[in-house]
Design a protein around this ligand. Sequence first.
Ligand SMILES: [Zn+2]
Length: 86
Amino acid sequence: MPHESPFHTDNPEYPPTHRNVYHDNSLCDHGKAIKQEHRIPGPGGRPRCDRCNTLASKEQQWPVLRAISAPFRLVGKLVTRLIGRQ
Ligand SMILES: [Zn+2]
């Protein structure tokens, strides 16, 4: 599971892209750059990091898209077969 509990940092050693947001995905490069000892648990009133957002939406979209497209692929095959017979 790539998810972890939200954390942020206020350590000035990190650039604003890392520091002005919170992270909750263990695959996030920005979050990974923050050392364990500099992590403060919780979102800290910050917006979620863009990278974490992207990772989260990718995870949510893929299984849904696959589930939605499966019946269409089946219908597509049948249509192709029907048209091929004519
Ligand atoms: Zn992040």
